[in-house]
Design a protein around this ligand. Structure first.
Ligand SMILES: Cc1cc2nc3c(=O)[nH]c(=O)nc-3n(C[C@H](O)[C@H](O)[C@H](O)COP(=O)(O)O)c2cc1C
Length: 324
């Protein structure tokens, strides 16, 4: 029979991750769960310092904590404890969580990255407050930016510049193509990566998908598409780590996951427009534009709003494939 700790893993693996790499492994013993980075699933081009990988681990950690609370278990977390032989997040479970996380728990299977069309409807002030309050991490600052306000224009410009830089880089495109699952057969075989359906593409053979991505997709056209998507959204939310190290990256993931679970519970969709955080020289310019303190880093940028329709769910490897 499965232990309660093992029953939590399927909720953890529903977490989002960069290119849906699912860069995690878990081990479970009597009173604790460990989450390890799976460095064989790194994205060396788009994420050379692994900050997005550790953000993804933070998302999985937060789902695990929410699912534990739903079972009445409190989680105490140690990030990268020194007495472990390998870098990991260690979660100890004990009886007696204060469970007001029911809405977040119900949102775990519902949450998805929705890259589709939004209707531009404004988000109520009370819903924005609920999302901002969901950030339980002192080490992470959230900056909401309303679409339509003049302050959004320079941010759109950063998104455009970074998108163009990425799509002009053959190594970026090659890495992206290697994680796109162009057909249902590829999705079933791998159970990871960016499924064509989730990206809004029809299924095609790999040779054709690669040809489209390398020959037909143009940097300017991609920048136009991202700008249009932002202008149809209600809000951008920027996640800023107060320092640039593994602990803070995990905290960004925890904060992000709580915000988007809260958004999901309110019927608000989200998608990443993360490019200015991914291209290092542009990230530096964005930090300077925002007047951030030395060391603070803008690490995630998402758009939020009301989607016209849900997208097909992205695949996940089953829990037994990520257990040590
Ligand atoms: C750290 C991080 C960075 C991400 N960056 C992007 C991005 O730049 N563009 C994008 O479309 N999606 C991005 N995503 C979303 C993932 O592609 C998505 O979570 C994954 O494909 C799984 O799909 P799901 O969120 O619908 O479950 C990112 C997610 C995380 C956690």
């Amino acid at each position: 029979m499965q232990s309660i700790a093992e029953q939590l893993i399927p909720f953890a693996v529903r977490a989002p991750s960069g290119h849906n790499t699912q860069p995690w492994q878990f081990s479970v013993n009597q009173d604790s769960i460990r989450i390890f980075p799976d460095l064989s699933r790194r994205l060396p081009v788009v994420d050379p310092d692994d900050h997005a990988l550790f953000i993804s681990l933070g998302c999985a950690l937060e789902n695990l904590i929410v699912a534990a609370a739903h079972q009445g278990l409190a989680a105490s977390v140690e990030s990268f404890p020194a007495d472990e032989p390998e870098a990991c997040l260690r979660v100890r479970l004990s009886e007696g969580a204060d469970d007001n996380t029911d809405a977040l728990f119900r949102a775990i299977p519902e949450r998805q990255t929705n890259r589709g069309t939004y209707n531009g409807q404004a988000i109520d002030a009370s819903d924005l407050t609920a999302m901002l309050e969901a950030n339980g991490c002192e080490s992470v600052e959230l900056r909401p930016l309303r679409v339509g306000d003049p302050e959004i224009e320079p941010i759109i410009d950063f998104v455009r510049q970074a998108t163009i830089a990425q799509f002009n880089d053959p190594a970026f495109v090659a890495e992206l193509v290697s994680w796109i699952r162009f057909s249902q057969r590829e999705v079933s075989a791998r159970q990871d990566g960016l499924a064509a359906a989730a990206l809004g593409f029809p299924a095609v053979p790999r040779w054709l998908g690669r040809w489209i991505m390398t020959r037909l997709v143009k940097p300017e056209g991609e920048a136009d598409r991202q700008e249009k998507a932002i202008r149809q959204s209600s809000l951008l939310m920027l996640f800023i780590a107060r320092e640039h190290d593994k602990r803070h990256w995990v905290d960004v993931g925890r904060s992000f996951e709580r915000v988007v679970l809260t958004a999901t519970s309110l019927g608000i969709a989200h998608a990443h427009v993360n490019m200015p955080c991914e291209v290092e020289p542009i990230r530096r310019r964005l930090a300077a534009h925002l007047g951030l303190n030395a060391g603070a880093q803008p690490l995630l940028l998402i758009r939020l709003g009301y989607a016209k329709q849900r997208r097909p769910a992205s695949p996940r490897r089953p829990a037994d494939q990520v257990m040590r």
